[in-house]
Ligand binder design. Structure first.
Ligand SMILES: Cc1cc2nc3c(=O)[nH]c(=O)nc-3n(C[C@H](O)[C@H](O)[C@H](O)COP(=O)(O)OP(=O)(O)OC[C@H]3O[C@@H](n4cnc5c(N)ncnc54)[C@H](O)[C@@H]3O)c2cc1C
Length: 567
Protein backbone atom coordinates (compact mmCIF):
# COMPACT_ATOMS: atom_id res chain seq x y z
CA UNK A 1 0.00 0.00 0.00
CA UNK A 2 2.82 2.34 0.98
CA UNK A 3 4.58 1.66 -2.32
CA UNK A 4 1.36 2.26 -4.21
CA UNK A 5 0.98 5.68 -2.58
CA UNK A 6 4.57 6.60 -3.33
CA UNK A 7 4.03 5.59 -6.96
CA UNK A 8 0.88 7.69 -7.24
CA UNK A 9 2.58 10.66 -5.67
CA UNK A 10 5.51 10.31 -8.06
CA UNK A 11 3.18 10.03 -11.03
CA UNK A 12 1.32 13.15 -9.92
CA UNK A 13 4.44 15.21 -9.32
CA UNK A 14 5.65 17.88 -11.73
CA UNK A 15 8.11 20.75 -11.64
CA UNK A 16 5.34 23.30 -12.15
CA UNK A 17 1.57 23.45 -12.08
CA UNK A 18 -0.42 26.06 -14.01
CA UNK A 19 -4.05 26.54 -12.99
CA UNK A 20 -6.08 27.60 -16.04
CA UNK A 21 -5.23 27.47 -19.75
CA UNK A 22 -6.57 30.86 -20.88
CA UNK A 23 -4.66 33.88 -22.07
CA UNK A 24 -2.38 34.12 -19.04
CA UNK A 25 -2.12 30.38 -18.25
CA UNK A 26 -1.08 29.65 -21.83
CA UNK A 27 1.83 32.05 -21.43
CA UNK A 28 2.90 30.63 -18.07
CA UNK A 29 2.85 27.13 -19.56
CA UNK A 30 4.79 28.11 -22.68
CA UNK A 31 7.54 29.87 -20.78
CA UNK A 32 7.89 27.20 -18.08
CA UNK A 33 8.08 24.47 -20.74
CA UNK A 34 10.55 26.50 -22.81
CA UNK A 35 12.71 26.64 -19.70
CA UNK A 36 12.63 22.84 -19.51
CA UNK A 37 10.21 22.46 -16.59
CA UNK A 38 7.82 19.52 -16.58
CA UNK A 39 4.54 21.38 -16.39
CA UNK A 40 1.00 20.27 -15.60
CA UNK A 41 -1.79 22.54 -16.86
CA UNK A 42 -5.04 22.06 -14.96
CA UNK A 43 -8.11 23.24 -16.87
CA UNK A 44 -11.62 22.94 -15.48
CA UNK A 45 -13.26 22.90 -18.91
CA UNK A 46 -13.20 20.53 -21.85
CA UNK A 47 -10.45 20.08 -24.40
CA UNK A 48 -10.58 22.45 -27.39
CA UNK A 49 -8.07 21.48 -30.04
CA UNK A 50 -7.04 24.23 -32.43
CA UNK A 51 -8.88 23.96 -35.79
CA UNK A 52 -10.41 20.53 -35.10
CA UNK A 53 -12.74 21.76 -32.36
CA UNK A 54 -13.92 25.03 -33.97
CA UNK A 55 -17.19 23.47 -35.06
CA UNK A 56 -18.76 26.61 -36.55
CA UNK A 57 -15.63 28.25 -37.96
CA UNK A 58 -16.41 27.76 -41.65
CA UNK A 59 -20.19 27.87 -41.60
CA UNK A 60 -22.03 30.28 -43.89
CA UNK A 61 -24.78 32.45 -42.34
CA UNK A 62 -27.55 30.35 -43.90
CA UNK A 63 -26.13 27.18 -42.34
CA UNK A 64 -27.09 28.40 -38.87
CA UNK A 65 -30.55 27.27 -37.86
CA UNK A 66 -31.39 30.63 -36.26
CA UNK A 67 -29.23 32.77 -38.59
CA UNK A 68 -26.87 33.64 -35.76
CA UNK A 69 -29.21 34.75 -32.99
CA UNK A 70 -30.06 32.42 -30.13
CA UNK A 71 -33.76 31.92 -29.33
CA UNK A 72 -34.92 32.32 -25.74
CA UNK A 73 -35.53 28.60 -25.23
CA UNK A 74 -31.86 27.84 -26.00
CA UNK A 75 -30.59 30.61 -23.75
CA UNK A 76 -32.02 28.94 -20.70
CA UNK A 77 -29.26 27.89 -18.31
CA UNK A 78 -26.56 29.45 -20.48
CA UNK A 79 -24.45 32.33 -19.33
CA UNK A 80 -25.45 34.90 -21.87
CA UNK A 81 -25.37 38.56 -22.61
CA UNK A 82 -24.32 40.72 -25.48
CA UNK A 83 -21.70 38.16 -26.57
CA UNK A 84 -23.96 35.16 -27.05
CA UNK A 85 -24.37 34.20 -30.71
CA UNK A 86 -25.37 30.97 -32.34
CA UNK A 87 -21.84 30.60 -33.73
CA UNK A 88 -20.13 30.75 -30.32
CA UNK A 89 -22.74 28.95 -28.19
CA UNK A 90 -20.37 26.04 -27.65
CA UNK A 91 -18.01 28.37 -25.79
CA UNK A 92 -20.69 29.68 -23.42
CA UNK A 93 -20.63 28.40 -19.87
CA UNK A 94 -23.70 26.78 -18.36
CA UNK A 95 -24.81 28.71 -15.27
CA UNK A 96 -25.12 25.56 -13.16
CA UNK A 97 -21.41 24.87 -13.69
CA UNK A 98 -20.59 27.58 -11.17
CA UNK A 99 -23.49 29.39 -9.50
CA UNK A 100 -22.52 32.64 -7.78
CA UNK A 101 -24.25 35.15 -5.50
CA UNK A 102 -24.56 38.72 -6.70
CA UNK A 103 -25.11 40.75 -3.54
CA UNK A 104 -25.19 43.79 -5.83
CA UNK A 105 -25.78 43.61 -9.60
CA UNK A 106 -22.71 42.35 -11.46
CA UNK A 107 -22.17 40.42 -14.68
CA UNK A 108 -19.37 37.91 -14.74
CA UNK A 109 -18.49 36.44 -18.13
CA UNK A 110 -16.54 33.23 -18.09
CA UNK A 111 -15.07 30.93 -20.73
CA UNK A 112 -14.62 27.47 -19.26
CA UNK A 113 -12.82 25.37 -21.82
CA UNK A 114 -9.22 24.94 -22.92
CA UNK A 115 -8.02 28.37 -24.06
CA UNK A 116 -10.46 30.19 -21.76
CA UNK A 117 -11.55 33.62 -22.93
CA UNK A 118 -8.62 33.83 -25.36
CA UNK A 119 -11.09 32.27 -27.82
CA UNK A 120 -13.72 34.93 -27.10
CA UNK A 121 -11.75 38.12 -26.66
CA UNK A 122 -11.73 41.13 -29.00
CA UNK A 123 -7.90 40.96 -29.22
CA UNK A 124 -7.19 44.61 -28.44
CA UNK A 125 -3.67 44.91 -27.06
CA UNK A 126 -2.46 48.30 -25.83
CA UNK A 127 0.58 48.64 -23.59
CA UNK A 128 0.44 50.36 -20.23
CA UNK A 129 2.69 53.37 -19.65
CA UNK A 130 4.11 54.98 -16.53
CA UNK A 131 1.01 57.20 -16.44
CA UNK A 132 -0.70 53.95 -15.40
CA UNK A 133 1.95 52.31 -13.19
CA UNK A 134 2.56 55.58 -11.33
CA UNK A 135 -1.15 56.40 -11.04
CA UNK A 136 -1.92 55.11 -7.54
CA UNK A 137 1.14 56.78 -6.03
CA UNK A 138 0.56 60.06 -7.86
CA UNK A 139 -3.16 60.29 -7.20
CA UNK A 140 -3.11 58.68 -3.75
CA UNK A 141 -5.36 55.64 -4.17
CA UNK A 142 -4.82 51.87 -3.79
CA UNK A 143 -1.10 51.19 -3.11
CA UNK A 144 2.00 51.90 -5.15
CA UNK A 145 2.77 49.38 -7.88
CA UNK A 146 6.06 47.63 -7.04
CA UNK A 147 7.14 47.94 -10.68
CA UNK A 148 7.33 50.56 -13.42
CA UNK A 149 7.05 50.52 -17.19
CA UNK A 150 10.76 49.81 -17.65
CA UNK A 151 10.32 46.51 -15.78
CA UNK A 152 7.59 45.44 -18.15
CA UNK A 153 8.81 46.84 -21.48
CA UNK A 154 11.08 43.88 -22.42
CA UNK A 155 8.30 41.42 -21.54
CA UNK A 156 5.72 43.33 -23.57
CA UNK A 157 8.16 43.03 -26.48
CA UNK A 158 8.68 39.33 -25.81
CA UNK A 159 4.94 38.65 -25.85
CA UNK A 160 4.19 40.92 -28.80
CA UNK A 161 6.81 39.33 -31.05
CA UNK A 162 5.43 35.85 -30.44
CA UNK A 163 1.71 36.67 -30.41
CA UNK A 164 1.87 39.02 -33.41
CA UNK A 165 0.47 42.49 -32.75
CA UNK A 166 -0.48 44.91 -35.52
CA UNK A 167 -0.09 48.62 -34.92
CA UNK A 168 1.54 51.90 -35.90
CA UNK A 169 4.50 53.58 -34.25
CA UNK A 170 2.59 56.54 -32.85
CA UNK A 171 5.22 57.93 -30.50
CA UNK A 172 2.80 58.69 -27.65
CA UNK A 173 4.17 58.49 -24.10
CA UNK A 174 0.74 57.54 -22.76
CA UNK A 175 0.52 54.56 -25.17
CA UNK A 176 4.04 53.19 -25.67
CA UNK A 177 4.87 51.65 -29.02
CA UNK A 178 5.71 47.97 -29.25
CA UNK A 179 6.94 45.30 -31.65
CA UNK A 180 4.41 45.76 -34.39
CA UNK A 181 3.32 44.06 -37.57
CA UNK A 182 1.83 46.50 -40.07
CA UNK A 183 -1.25 48.33 -38.86
CA UNK A 184 -4.75 48.07 -40.25
CA UNK A 185 -5.90 51.30 -41.86
CA UNK A 186 -8.52 53.70 -40.60
CA UNK A 187 -11.75 54.44 -42.44
CA UNK A 188 -12.28 57.83 -44.14
CA UNK A 189 -14.43 59.15 -41.36
CA UNK A 190 -11.93 58.03 -38.71
CA UNK A 191 -9.22 59.89 -40.67
CA UNK A 192 -11.56 62.87 -40.86
CA UNK A 193 -12.15 62.78 -37.11
CA UNK A 194 -8.40 62.49 -36.50
CA UNK A 195 -7.80 65.63 -38.57
CA UNK A 196 -10.52 67.47 -36.71
CA UNK A 197 -8.99 66.52 -33.36
CA UNK A 198 -5.62 67.76 -34.61
CA UNK A 199 -7.17 71.16 -35.36
CA UNK A 200 -9.59 71.54 -32.47
CA UNK A 201 -8.19 69.40 -29.62
CA UNK A 202 -4.48 69.00 -30.39
CA UNK A 203 -3.69 67.12 -27.16
CA UNK A 204 -6.18 64.37 -28.11
CA UNK A 205 -4.98 61.74 -30.59
CA UNK A 206 -6.68 59.13 -32.71
CA UNK A 207 -4.61 56.07 -33.61
CA UNK A 208 -5.25 52.65 -35.08
CA UNK A 209 -5.94 50.33 -32.13
CA UNK A 210 -3.22 47.72 -31.70
CA UNK A 211 -4.57 44.19 -31.99
CA UNK A 212 -3.33 40.60 -31.80
CA UNK A 213 -3.82 39.77 -35.49
CA UNK A 214 -1.27 38.55 -38.00
CA UNK A 215 -1.41 41.31 -40.60
CA UNK A 216 2.00 40.19 -41.84
CA UNK A 217 3.07 36.83 -40.36
CA UNK A 218 6.74 36.38 -39.55
CA UNK A 219 8.77 33.17 -39.24
CA UNK A 220 7.97 32.89 -35.53
CA UNK A 221 4.24 32.79 -36.40
CA UNK A 222 4.46 30.30 -39.23
CA UNK A 223 6.55 28.13 -36.90
CA UNK A 224 3.47 28.06 -34.65
CA UNK A 225 1.41 26.85 -37.63
CA UNK A 226 -0.42 30.15 -37.94
CA UNK A 227 -1.04 32.23 -41.00
CA UNK A 228 -2.34 35.61 -42.09
CA UNK A 229 -5.56 37.05 -40.68
CA UNK A 230 -8.22 37.00 -43.41
CA UNK A 231 -10.18 39.91 -41.89
CA UNK A 232 -13.32 37.79 -41.88
CA UNK A 233 -14.41 39.04 -38.46
CA UNK A 234 -15.59 35.58 -37.45
CA UNK A 235 -13.06 35.35 -34.63
CA UNK A 236 -15.45 34.30 -31.86
CA UNK A 237 -15.83 30.88 -33.52
CA UNK A 238 -12.11 30.10 -33.19
CA UNK A 239 -9.86 30.85 -36.16
CA UNK A 240 -8.72 27.99 -38.37
CA UNK A 241 -5.94 30.22 -39.78
CA UNK A 242 -4.61 31.10 -36.35
CA UNK A 243 -4.94 34.65 -37.68
CA UNK A 244 -5.44 36.01 -34.20
CA UNK A 245 -3.69 35.10 -30.98
CA UNK A 246 -5.36 32.54 -28.77
CA UNK A 247 -3.79 30.11 -26.33
CA UNK A 248 -5.18 27.29 -28.48
CA UNK A 249 -3.49 28.49 -31.67
CA UNK A 250 -0.27 29.69 -30.14
CA UNK A 251 1.10 29.16 -26.64
CA UNK A 252 -0.47 25.78 -25.77
CA UNK A 253 0.56 23.88 -28.94
CA UNK A 254 4.00 25.46 -28.59
CA UNK A 255 4.28 24.26 -25.00
CA UNK A 256 3.01 20.81 -26.04
CA UNK A 257 5.69 20.58 -28.73
CA UNK A 258 8.43 20.88 -26.11
CA UNK A 259 7.26 17.53 -24.74
CA UNK A 260 7.21 19.08 -21.26
CA UNK A 261 3.51 19.92 -20.93
CA UNK A 262 0.72 17.71 -19.67
CA UNK A 263 -2.74 19.21 -20.22
CA UNK A 264 -5.44 17.89 -17.91
CA UNK A 265 -8.94 19.10 -18.84
CA UNK A 266 -12.01 18.51 -16.61
CA UNK A 267 -9.85 19.41 -13.60
CA UNK A 268 -11.54 21.89 -11.26
CA UNK A 269 -8.94 23.22 -8.86
CA UNK A 270 -10.37 23.24 -5.37
CA UNK A 271 -7.44 24.65 -3.37
CA UNK A 272 -3.70 24.89 -3.00
CA UNK A 273 -1.94 22.66 -0.46
CA UNK A 274 0.31 24.52 1.98
CA UNK A 275 2.95 22.66 3.98
CA UNK A 276 3.68 24.47 7.23
CA UNK A 277 6.92 22.66 7.90
CA UNK A 278 8.33 23.58 4.52
CA UNK A 279 6.60 26.97 4.61
CA UNK A 280 5.60 26.60 1.00
CA UNK A 281 2.89 25.26 -1.23
CA UNK A 282 3.40 21.66 -2.27
CA UNK A 283 0.56 21.09 -4.70
CA UNK A 284 -3.12 21.49 -5.50
CA UNK A 285 -6.33 19.62 -4.85
CA UNK A 286 -8.42 19.00 -7.94
CA UNK A 287 -11.95 17.73 -8.39
CA UNK A 288 -12.31 15.75 -11.59
CA UNK A 289 -15.48 17.24 -13.10
CA UNK A 290 -16.46 13.92 -14.67
CA UNK A 291 -15.85 11.51 -11.79
CA UNK A 292 -16.12 14.10 -8.97
CA UNK A 293 -13.08 12.39 -7.46
CA UNK A 294 -10.61 14.56 -5.51
CA UNK A 295 -7.02 14.16 -6.68
CA UNK A 296 -3.83 15.82 -5.52
CA UNK A 297 -1.01 16.99 -7.77
CA UNK A 298 2.35 18.21 -6.56
CA UNK A 299 4.95 20.66 -7.86
CA UNK A 300 7.73 23.01 -6.86
CA UNK A 301 6.00 26.10 -8.21
CA UNK A 302 2.35 26.90 -8.78
CA UNK A 303 1.02 29.47 -11.23
CA UNK A 304 -2.51 30.66 -10.54
CA UNK A 305 -4.07 31.72 -13.86
CA UNK A 306 -7.75 30.86 -13.46
CA UNK A 307 -8.80 34.49 -14.27
CA UNK A 308 -9.04 37.26 -11.69
CA UNK A 309 -12.10 36.23 -9.69
CA UNK A 310 -11.36 32.51 -9.76
CA UNK A 311 -7.72 32.92 -8.84
CA UNK A 312 -8.76 35.05 -5.87
CA UNK A 313 -11.37 32.51 -4.79
CA UNK A 314 -8.95 29.58 -5.10
CA UNK A 315 -6.60 31.34 -2.66
CA UNK A 316 -9.57 32.09 -0.38
CA UNK A 317 -10.51 28.41 -0.39
CA UNK A 318 -6.92 27.42 0.46
CA UNK A 319 -7.05 27.93 4.19
CA UNK A 320 -4.69 26.26 6.68
CA UNK A 321 -3.64 26.76 10.29
CA UNK A 322 -0.97 29.17 9.07
CA UNK A 323 -3.38 30.99 6.72
CA UNK A 324 -6.88 30.69 8.21
CA UNK A 325 -8.20 33.48 5.96
CA UNK A 326 -6.82 32.22 2.69
CA UNK A 327 -3.37 31.45 1.31
CA UNK A 328 -0.96 34.34 1.68
CA UNK A 329 -3.60 36.55 3.28
CA UNK A 330 -1.61 38.04 6.14
CA UNK A 331 -2.69 41.52 5.10
CA UNK A 332 -6.42 40.79 5.08
CA UNK A 333 -6.83 42.38 1.63
CA UNK A 334 -7.43 39.12 -0.28
CA UNK A 335 -10.63 39.58 -2.28
CA UNK A 336 -10.73 43.32 -1.72
CA UNK A 337 -10.10 46.20 -4.13
CA UNK A 338 -11.85 44.44 -7.00
CA UNK A 339 -12.09 46.82 -9.93
CA UNK A 340 -12.98 46.69 -13.62
CA UNK A 341 -13.37 48.99 -16.59
CA UNK A 342 -16.16 51.44 -17.14
CA UNK A 343 -17.70 50.97 -20.60
CA UNK A 344 -20.96 52.75 -19.79
CA UNK A 345 -20.57 55.79 -22.03
CA UNK A 346 -21.46 55.76 -25.75
CA UNK A 347 -21.60 58.43 -28.44
CA UNK A 348 -22.62 58.32 -32.07
CA UNK A 349 -23.13 60.73 -34.94
CA UNK A 350 -23.57 61.02 -38.71
CA UNK A 351 -21.58 62.94 -41.28
CA UNK A 352 -22.99 64.21 -44.52
CA UNK A 353 -19.61 64.79 -46.22
CA UNK A 354 -17.23 62.37 -47.94
CA UNK A 355 -20.04 61.28 -50.24
CA UNK A 356 -17.61 60.11 -52.93
CA UNK A 357 -15.94 57.63 -50.58
CA UNK A 358 -16.94 54.25 -49.20
CA UNK A 359 -15.45 51.41 -47.16
CA UNK A 360 -14.56 48.04 -48.64
CA UNK A 361 -13.63 44.79 -46.88
CA UNK A 362 -13.27 44.07 -43.19
CA UNK A 363 -10.62 44.69 -40.57
CA UNK A 364 -10.30 43.16 -37.14
CA UNK A 365 -9.81 46.37 -35.18
CA UNK A 366 -10.93 49.98 -34.85
CA UNK A 367 -9.53 53.41 -33.99
CA UNK A 368 -8.55 54.44 -30.48
CA UNK A 369 -8.22 57.66 -28.52
CA UNK A 370 -5.73 57.10 -25.68
CA UNK A 371 -6.53 58.66 -22.31
CA UNK A 372 -6.29 62.45 -22.36
CA UNK A 373 -7.89 63.35 -19.00
CA UNK A 374 -5.72 63.99 -15.89
CA UNK A 375 -2.68 62.92 -17.86
CA UNK A 376 0.11 65.42 -17.22
CA UNK A 377 -1.67 66.87 -14.21
CA UNK A 378 -4.80 66.21 -12.21
CA UNK A 379 -7.26 68.88 -13.33
CA UNK A 380 -10.68 67.22 -13.39
CA UNK A 381 -13.37 66.66 -10.79
CA UNK A 382 -12.76 62.92 -11.04
CA UNK A 383 -9.68 60.73 -10.69
CA UNK A 384 -7.98 59.11 -13.66
CA UNK A 385 -9.59 59.01 -17.13
CA UNK A 386 -10.79 57.00 -20.08
CA UNK A 387 -9.53 55.74 -23.41
CA UNK A 388 -12.07 55.52 -26.21
CA UNK A 389 -12.76 53.08 -29.02
CA UNK A 390 -13.90 54.79 -32.21
CA UNK A 391 -15.33 53.14 -35.29
CA UNK A 392 -16.85 54.72 -38.36
CA UNK A 393 -18.17 53.38 -41.63
CA UNK A 394 -20.79 53.70 -44.27
CA UNK A 395 -23.70 51.31 -44.42
CA UNK A 396 -25.73 50.13 -47.39
CA UNK A 397 -29.49 49.92 -47.57
CA UNK A 398 -32.13 49.17 -50.17
CA UNK A 399 -35.63 50.59 -50.44
CA UNK A 400 -38.31 48.08 -49.60
CA UNK A 401 -41.31 49.75 -51.17
CA UNK A 402 -42.89 48.93 -54.56
CA UNK A 403 -44.60 45.83 -55.91
CA UNK A 404 -43.40 43.11 -58.28
CA UNK A 405 -40.57 44.16 -60.62
CA UNK A 406 -40.33 47.52 -58.91
CA UNK A 407 -39.83 45.89 -55.49
CA UNK A 408 -37.25 43.54 -56.99
CA UNK A 409 -35.45 46.48 -58.57
CA UNK A 410 -35.54 48.44 -55.30
CA UNK A 411 -34.20 45.53 -53.28
CA UNK A 412 -31.35 44.90 -55.71
CA UNK A 413 -30.31 48.55 -56.02
CA UNK A 414 -28.35 49.14 -52.89
CA UNK A 415 -27.70 52.71 -51.85
CA UNK A 416 -25.10 54.07 -49.50
CA UNK A 417 -26.17 55.75 -46.28
CA UNK A 418 -24.34 58.71 -44.70
CA UNK A 419 -21.14 58.03 -42.84
CA UNK A 420 -21.68 57.11 -39.22
CA UNK A 421 -19.24 57.19 -36.34
CA UNK A 422 -19.50 55.76 -32.87
CA UNK A 423 -17.36 55.94 -29.75
CA UNK A 424 -17.34 53.92 -26.54
CA UNK A 425 -15.50 54.77 -23.38
CA UNK A 426 -13.05 52.52 -21.55
CA UNK A 427 -12.74 54.18 -18.17
CA UNK A 428 -10.42 53.41 -15.29
CA UNK A 429 -12.28 52.33 -12.16
CA UNK A 430 -10.49 53.30 -9.00
CA UNK A 431 -10.23 50.24 -6.71
CA UNK A 432 -11.83 50.67 -3.29
CA UNK A 433 -11.80 48.34 -0.30
CA UNK A 434 -15.60 47.95 -0.17
CA UNK A 435 -15.70 46.43 -3.66
CA UNK A 436 -14.90 42.84 -2.82
CA UNK A 437 -15.64 39.19 -3.33
CA UNK A 438 -15.83 36.58 -0.57
CA UNK A 439 -16.82 32.93 -0.18
CA UNK A 440 -20.37 32.14 0.90
CA UNK A 441 -20.48 30.55 4.33
CA UNK A 442 -23.04 27.90 3.37
CA UNK A 443 -23.81 27.76 -0.36
CA UNK A 444 -21.62 25.44 -2.41
CA UNK A 445 -21.45 24.45 -6.08
CA UNK A 446 -21.85 20.91 -7.38
CA UNK A 447 -18.19 20.19 -6.63
CA UNK A 448 -18.60 21.19 -2.98
CA UNK A 449 -16.66 24.43 -3.49
CA UNK A 450 -18.10 27.49 -1.69
CA UNK A 451 -19.95 29.89 -3.97
CA UNK A 452 -18.44 33.28 -4.67
CA UNK A 453 -20.31 36.34 -3.37
CA UNK A 454 -19.86 39.54 -5.39
CA UNK A 455 -20.26 42.85 -3.59
CA UNK A 456 -19.17 45.46 -6.14
CA UNK A 457 -20.67 48.74 -7.21
CA UNK A 458 -19.97 51.88 -9.22
CA UNK A 459 -18.66 54.91 -7.37
CA UNK A 460 -19.35 58.61 -7.79
CA UNK A 461 -16.02 58.83 -9.61
CA UNK A 462 -17.35 56.48 -12.31
CA UNK A 463 -20.53 58.53 -12.73
CA UNK A 464 -18.57 61.76 -13.12
CA UNK A 465 -16.28 60.14 -15.65
CA UNK A 466 -19.19 58.92 -17.78
CA UNK A 467 -20.66 62.45 -17.78
CA UNK A 468 -17.33 63.89 -18.87
CA UNK A 469 -17.04 61.34 -21.67
CA UNK A 470 -20.50 62.27 -22.94
CA UNK A 471 -19.80 66.03 -22.75
CA UNK A 472 -16.41 65.71 -24.43
CA UNK A 473 -17.51 63.48 -27.28
CA UNK A 474 -20.50 65.69 -27.95
CA UNK A 475 -18.12 68.64 -28.20
CA UNK A 476 -15.59 66.75 -30.34
CA UNK A 477 -18.27 65.52 -32.75
CA UNK A 478 -19.80 69.01 -32.97
CA UNK A 479 -16.42 70.52 -33.82
CA UNK A 480 -15.95 67.88 -36.51
CA UNK A 481 -19.21 69.04 -38.13
CA UNK A 482 -21.17 65.85 -37.44
CA UNK A 483 -24.95 65.76 -37.05
CA UNK A 484 -27.53 63.64 -35.20
CA UNK A 485 -25.16 63.41 -32.24
CA UNK A 486 -26.34 61.08 -29.51
CA UNK A 487 -24.64 60.36 -26.21
CA UNK A 488 -25.80 57.89 -23.59
CA UNK A 489 -24.97 56.15 -20.34
CA UNK A 490 -25.95 52.47 -20.46
CA UNK A 491 -25.99 52.23 -16.63
CA UNK A 492 -25.03 48.60 -17.12
CA UNK A 493 -23.98 46.75 -13.98
CA UNK A 494 -20.25 46.38 -13.30
CA UNK A 495 -18.59 43.38 -14.87
CA UNK A 496 -20.42 43.70 -18.18
CA UNK A 497 -17.23 45.44 -19.24
CA UNK A 498 -15.43 42.04 -19.15
CA UNK A 499 -12.19 43.29 -17.57
CA UNK A 500 -12.49 42.37 -13.90
CA UNK A 501 -9.25 42.83 -11.96
CA UNK A 502 -7.76 42.83 -8.47
CA UNK A 503 -8.35 40.67 -5.40
CA UNK A 504 -4.70 39.56 -5.01
CA UNK A 505 -3.00 42.86 -5.63
CA UNK A 506 0.69 43.54 -6.05
CA UNK A 507 2.43 46.01 -3.76
CA UNK A 508 5.65 46.83 -2.02
CA UNK A 509 4.35 46.28 1.52
CA UNK A 510 3.15 42.82 2.66
CA UNK A 511 0.91 44.58 5.18
CA UNK A 512 -1.25 46.05 2.41
CA UNK A 513 -0.76 43.73 -0.55
CA UNK A 514 -0.41 40.04 -1.40
CA UNK A 515 2.08 39.86 -4.25
CA UNK A 516 5.61 41.18 -4.65
CA UNK A 517 7.15 42.68 -7.77
CA UNK A 518 7.56 39.20 -9.34
CA UNK A 519 3.91 38.23 -8.75
CA UNK A 520 4.93 35.88 -5.91
CA UNK A 521 2.83 35.73 -2.77
CA UNK A 522 4.80 37.72 -0.19
CA UNK A 523 4.14 34.96 2.34
CA UNK A 524 4.43 31.88 0.11
CA UNK A 525 7.04 32.51 -2.53
CA UNK A 526 6.48 29.47 -4.73
CA UNK A 527 2.94 30.59 -5.63
CA UNK A 528 2.69 33.09 -8.49
CA UNK A 529 -0.53 34.88 -9.48
CA UNK A 530 -0.16 36.49 -12.90
CA UNK A 531 -3.66 37.06 -14.24
CA UNK A 532 -5.98 40.02 -13.61
CA UNK A 533 -6.12 39.23 -9.89
CA UNK A 534 -2.67 40.79 -9.48
CA UNK A 535 -3.73 44.20 -10.75
CA UNK A 536 -3.22 46.97 -8.23
CA UNK A 537 -5.07 49.43 -10.44
CA UNK A 538 -6.82 49.05 -13.78
CA UNK A 539 -5.49 51.63 -16.25
CA UNK A 540 -7.63 52.29 -19.30
CA UNK A 541 -5.98 49.86 -21.70
CA UNK A 542 -7.45 46.47 -22.55
CA UNK A 543 -5.62 44.46 -19.90
CA UNK A 544 -4.78 41.04 -21.34
CA UNK A 545 -1.47 41.98 -22.97
CA UNK A 546 -0.31 43.07 -19.52
CA UNK A 547 -1.40 39.76 -17.92
CA UNK A 548 0.45 37.86 -20.64
CA UNK A 549 3.60 39.93 -20.08
CA UNK A 550 3.32 39.41 -16.30
CA UNK A 551 2.99 35.65 -16.86
CA UNK A 552 6.03 35.42 -19.15
CA UNK A 553 8.10 37.57 -16.78
CA UNK A 554 7.12 35.64 -13.66
CA UNK A 555 7.58 32.22 -15.29
CA UNK A 556 11.14 33.10 -16.23
CA UNK A 557 11.76 34.41 -12.74
CA UNK A 558 10.41 31.15 -11.30
CA UNK A 559 12.71 29.14 -13.58
CA UNK A 560 15.70 31.30 -12.54
CA UNK A 561 14.87 30.93 -8.86
CA UNK A 562 14.47 27.16 -9.20
CA UNK A 563 17.87 26.97 -10.85
CA UNK A 564 19.33 28.91 -7.94
CA UNK A 565 17.44 26.61 -5.55
CA UNK A 566 15.68 29.59 -4.01
CA UNK A 567 12.21 28.05 -4.28
C1 LIG B 1 -16.17 39.21 -25.42
C2 LIG B 1 -14.87 39.53 -24.78
C3 LIG B 1 -14.02 40.44 -25.38
C4 LIG B 1 -12.79 40.76 -24.78
N1 LIG B 1 -11.94 41.60 -25.43
C5 LIG B 1 -10.74 41.88 -24.92
C6 LIG B 1 -9.82 42.72 -25.62
O1 LIG B 1 -10.08 43.17 -26.72
N2 LIG B 1 -8.62 42.97 -25.06
C7 LIG B 1 -8.29 42.49 -23.83
O2 LIG B 1 -7.20 42.81 -23.36
N3 LIG B 1 -9.14 41.69 -23.15
C8 LIG B 1 -10.34 41.36 -23.66
N4 LIG B 1 -11.21 40.54 -23.00
C9 LIG B 1 -10.79 40.01 -21.70
C10 LIG B 1 -9.87 38.80 -21.89
O3 LIG B 1 -10.56 37.77 -22.52
C11 LIG B 1 -9.38 38.36 -20.53
O4 LIG B 1 -8.74 39.45 -19.90
C12 LIG B 1 -8.37 37.23 -20.62
O5 LIG B 1 -8.86 36.14 -21.31
C13 LIG B 1 -7.98 36.84 -19.20
O6 LIG B 1 -7.04 35.82 -19.25
P1 LIG B 1 -6.97 34.81 -18.05
O7 LIG B 1 -5.93 33.82 -18.37
O8 LIG B 1 -6.87 35.57 -16.80
O9 LIG B 1 -8.42 34.15 -18.00
P2 LIG B 1 -9.20 33.25 -19.05
O10 LIG B 1 -8.72 33.52 -20.42
O11 LIG B 1 -10.63 33.43 -18.74
O12 LIG B 1 -8.74 31.79 -18.66
C14 LIG B 1 -8.98 31.25 -17.38
C15 LIG B 1 -9.00 29.73 -17.50
O13 LIG B 1 -9.00 29.18 -16.21
C16 LIG B 1 -9.93 28.10 -16.16
N5 LIG B 1 -10.35 27.96 -14.76
C17 LIG B 1 -11.14 28.79 -14.06
N6 LIG B 1 -11.30 28.31 -12.81
C18 LIG B 1 -10.58 27.17 -12.72
C19 LIG B 1 -10.38 26.21 -11.69
N7 LIG B 1 -10.91 26.33 -10.47
N8 LIG B 1 -9.62 25.13 -11.97
C20 LIG B 1 -9.06 24.96 -13.21
N9 LIG B 1 -9.24 25.83 -14.22
C21 LIG B 1 -9.99 26.93 -13.97
C22 LIG B 1 -11.03 28.53 -17.10
O14 LIG B 1 -11.79 27.43 -17.55
C23 LIG B 1 -10.24 29.21 -18.21
O15 LIG B 1 -9.86 28.30 -19.22
C24 LIG B 1 -12.43 40.18 -23.55
C25 LIG B 1 -13.29 39.27 -22.94
C26 LIG B 1 -14.51 38.94 -23.54
C27 LIG B 1 -15.42 37.97 -22.87
Amino acid sequence: MTNFNIDVKKKNTYDAIVIGSGASGGWSAKELCDRGLKTLVLERGRKVEHIKDYSTASKAPWEFEYRGTVPLKLREGLQYGRFLREENMTFMMKEDEQPVVYEKPFRWYRGYHEGGKSLLWARQTQRWSDFDFEGPQRDGFAVDWPIRYKDMAPWYSHVERFAGISGNYDGLPELPDGEFLKAYGMSCIEEHFKESLGKNFPERKLVSARCAHLSDPQAIHTEQGRTQCQSQNMCNRGCIYGGYFSSNASTLPWAAKTGKMTMRPHSVVHSIIFDEKKNKATGVRVIDSQSHEMIEFYAKVIFVNASAINSTSILMNSSSDRFPNGLGNDSGVLGKYIAWHNYRGHASARFEGLKDKRTAGGRPTYAYVPRFRNLQKHDQEFFRGYATGVSGGRGEFSRQDGIGDQLRENLLSRELSDWNISAWMMGECVPIEQNHIRLHEELKDKYGIPQIVFSCDWTENDDKMVQDFMDQFKAMFEQAGYTQIQVSDSHSPPGADIHEMGGVRMGRDPKTSLLNEWNQLHACKNVFVTDGACMTSTGTQNPTLTYMAFSARAANRAADELTKKNL
